[in-house]
Design a protein around this ligand. Structure first.
Ligand code: SAH
Length: 398
């Protein structure tokens, strides 16, 4: 058992923790230098030394640890992890019962009471993300909970923290019987190929499940669809299954082509009828403009930051420009699916970017639908940054 470090909270931050903010930030603590070993249990105390909360020390880009409990008597032991994880699983009953969906998140960090830890379920496999060395020190407890829950195929893990040159298991395998990848998971009846042994990006982003369903069920039929920043083409697959006339997927990463071919193929779609282009999206916009190409639907899902040879893109700065480029290649009455996972701004500001882009293009629009994180990505109402996903389905009306 590690020793407890008392972290003295600055007076102007005390309210924050009393109001159940889960993230422990460096600037809120007067004595961060007393933190030595990641994974140590910390007690947050006010200026007079009275207990506020307890948590663990773990360095993440977001902070220096997470609150685990506001109850002084609650022990942080195996039972603590067991209760939190079982509680989370109880909330996902409908996902377990849904035969058409076999991939979903069963534990979502601070949304389920333990920041820095997420667990995804992929058809009998678990994939754990550890976001700091601190949370990784609780690995044995977390694995034991999964063991006690019943049979599974295997556990994989992603250490999403700097391992300082230490040996990192080449294929992320923890225990069980190694999978043969790709495994094919189902999502609302669609198939997706998933690799749990190949780094943090496994082939599909589960948080876009509802958007893929909407594209398939309501927007794709008879459309020419452009999917930008397409990665493995998950949105293109949804569009094709929804009856799109043709999809065009554009991503700059070379691996995206074979991965997209694979996603089409596992769904019985002839990839040769689709366009899969390895190119910088910004070059593609120029190309499309030159050729006067127009699409009925354009999907925009850029990373928060991206650097290619020619461009540095930051959603917070460049989204209006991206929308403008998109407007010029979208048909009248066409649909733009605008998405961002940037946690540094909320929906209101995102809508402002859309407004700015359309205004500067002198074009009118109508927001048809809005999406945020799906139910399995539980969020913590005291931590808005955790509610990062924003998706708008927009109709270009002039
Ligand atoms: N929309 C995808 C996920 C996108 S992940 C999905 O739903 O699965 C972000 C992708 O953007 C990565 O695959 C990355 O290779 C790609 N990317 C980043 N910068 C790019 C650029 N300038 N042009 C094209 N693709 C880019």
């Amino acid at each position: 058992m590690s020793t407890v470090v008392k972290l003295k909270i600055r007076s102007d931050y005390i309210k924050l923790y009393q109001n159940k903010a889960p993230l422990i930030t460096k600037e809120s603590v007067t004595n961060p230098h007393e933190l030595k070993k990641e994974g140590s249990i910390v007690h947050l105390v006010d200026t007079r030394g009275a207990f506020l909360a307890k948590g663990y020390y773990g360095n993440q880009n977001k902070g220096i640890g997470w609150v685990l409990s506001y109850n002084e008597n609650e022990k942080i032991d195996f039972l603590f992890f067991k209760n939190r994880i079982l509680n989370a699983i109880n909330k996902r009953k409908s996902f377990y019962e849904d035969k058409e969906t076999t991939a979903f998140r069963i534990f979502n960090g601070e949304g389920d009471g333990i920041g820095g830890l997420t667990i995804d379920y992929f058809d009998g496999y678990y994939s754990i993300n550890w976001y700091s060395e601190g949370i990784y020190t609780f690995k044995d407890s977390v694995i034991r909970v999964l063991d006690e829950m019943g049979e599974y195929k295997a556990i994989y893990e992603k250490k999403r923290f700097d391992t300082k040159g230490q040996y990192v298991e080449a294929d992320d395998f923890v225990k069980g019987e190694r999978g043969e990848f790709p495994i094919i998971v189902k999502e609302n009846g669609m198939n997706y190929a998933v690799y749990l042994n190949d780094g943090a990006m496994v082939g599909i982003f589960l948080d876009q499940r509802n958007v893929r369903k909407a594209i398939r069920d309501k927007y794709a039929k008879g459309k020419h669809v452009l999917n930008t920043f397409s990665y493995t083409g998950a949105f293109s697959v949804a569009a094709a299954l929804g009856g799109a006339l043709k999809t065009t997927s554009v991503d700059l990463a070379k691996r995206s082509k074979s991965k997209t071919i694979e996603q089409f193929s596992v769904n019985g779609i002839d990839f040769e009828q689709q366009d899969i282009i390895v190119m910088d999206v910004f070059d593609y916009f120029k190309y499309a403009n030159r050729k006067n190409l127009k699409f009925d639907m354009v999907i925009l899902d850029p990373p928060s930051f991206a650097r290619s040879k020619k461009h540095t893109f930051s959603t917070a700065k460049d989204y209006p420009g991206l929308i403008k480029d998109t407007i010029s290649i979208t048909e009248k009455d066409g649909i733009i699916v605008a998405s961002t996972n940037n946690a540094s701004f909320g929906m209101k500001k995102f809508k402002g970017f859309i407004e700015k882009g359309f205004k500067e293009m002198n074009t009118s629009y109508k927001i048809m639908e809005e999406f945020s994180l799906p139910a399995d990505f539980q969020t913590n109402k005291h931590f808005q940054q955790g509610n990062y996903l924003k998706v708008l389905i927009i109709k270009k009306t002039s």
